[in-house]
Design a protein around this ligand. Structure first.
Ligand SMILES: [Zn+2]
Length: 275
């Protein structure tokens, strides 16, 4: 029962900047993961927005995804939406903006533990999998802490005719930052969701000062707390369009998706600093 406590905190703090303007609590089932469209539609280049951010915020105050025209990485944290553009800039997202693919939930904490201090994201995921063995359910995780290093990426806005995501990802921006405080947001989906959403872990990051963010390719946490929210209900908002109805979403694109989403050893990236 997190929202009443949050509201009470805001009342106590009165005019505290972090509480104003108030963010309305999502009205959706707190145990539900809700997603806009399906990942295979994004994989084949369906980048036009299909749901507004306002609509997604009704379903959850926590989540990740991308924006209309594949315009960067989307982060939803504490009911506020942010865009990490292809050039790395972090900007607030308006409620009328749209998304072609996003996954959200009302973050309703079920438990927490100290963040393991590990050398990288693969080790972190293994430790979290041990701590959270409910592998056929969804789990939302937020890790607030300090990170010795973070390898982040974003993508540049695309224009039609759209190329498939695997091609676009080859020109993604990748950058590494050290000594940051912030929140790593993750959603773990069951391994069997292929074609519908991203199987396994999907991570985004937002710094405490809201100046650095992106899709996380690697992370080295030095301290922090893992808070998790187990989700046993899954809702998929299917686009209502002729384009969606005519798309062939049946191909098995799991290998391409894994390369796009993890890219732990990507093709030589061209980032904002040429890295
Ligand atoms: Zn992402």
């Amino acid at each position: 029962m997190r929202y009443p406590r949050f509201l009470a905190t805001c009342l106590v703090l009165g005019l505290a900047a972090s509480c104003a303007p108030p963010v309305p609590a999502p009205s959706g089932n707190p145990d539900r993961i809700t997603q806009a469209s399906v990942i295979n539609a994004l994989m084949i280049g369906r980048y036009d927005g299909v749901n507004t951010i306002a609509e997604m915020l009704e379903h959850g105050d926590f989540g990740l995804g991308t924006l209309d025209h594949l315009d960067g990485e989307l982060i939803i944290l504490d009911g506020r939406a942010y865009q990490v553009r292809g050039d790395g800039a972090v900007v607030p997202v308006g409620p009328e903006w749209t998304t072609p693919f996003a996954v959200v939930t009302p973050f309703d904490e079920d438990g927490s533990f100290a963040c393991p201090q590990v050398a990288g994201l693969t080790a972190l995921e293994s430790r979290l999998d041990e701590a959270l063995p409910q592998r056929n359910s969804f789990v939302a995780v937020r890790i607030e802490g300090r990170f010795a290093s973070l390898k982040l990426r974003s993508v540049h806005r695309q224009e039609p005719p759209y190329r498939p995501l695997g091609e676009v990802a080859e020109s993604q921006s990748v950058w590494t930052r050290e000594g940051l405080s912030g929140t790593v947001l993750g959603i773990r989906s069951p391994a069997w969701v292929g074609g519908l959403t991203v199987p396994g872990w999907h991570w985004h990051f937002l710094s405490d000062d809201r100046k650095v963010g992106g899709h996380v390719l690697d992370a080295r946490p030095t301290e922090g707390r893992v808070r998790y929210d187990l989700c046993h209900d899954w809702e998929v908002l299917l686009p209502r369009s002729r384009e969606f109805d005519q798309a062939d979403l049946t191909p098995n694109l799991s290998r391409e998706l894994k390369r796009v989403e993890s890219a732990r050893d990507p093709a030589p990236p061209r980032g904002p600093e040429g890295r």
